[in-house]
Design a binder for this molecule. Sequence first.
Ligand code: AMP
Length: 115
Amino acid sequence: MSPPKTIFKRIIDGEIPAKIVHEDEISLAFHDVSPQAPVHILVIPKKEIRSIAELQTEDAALMGHLFAIVRKIAEEQGLTNGFRTVINTGVDGGQTVPHLHIHLMGKRALGWPPG
Ligand code: AMP
């Protein structure tokens, strides 16, 4: 039996709504439902990759594409003062949705190190 769809796969399939800011054949970007900064957008691959820990060599171009989309959205959102990208992986990384995603956060100064 195949595992249940993740919430992000359901967004990709149009089964639940999201505030989408970018879509192409291989990626989707939408506002985080619980924003941690004035701009908090998630950029995800449509391909079902659970996390960085499961990336394959052939996913290199896909990851490059996702970061190009991050750059484009950062520009569109006016994040000229800088921004934070985060990819949480696994339990210790604080990952809660098992579908690879890049957090893009900006429009406020962010602390470091994270908790
Ligand atoms: P992570 O903890 O790195 O796995 O991040 C998962 C993120 O997904 C969190 O920031 C959540 O607020 C966000 N999230 C969960 N469900 C939704 C949803 N339906 N639409 C948008 N963002 C979501």
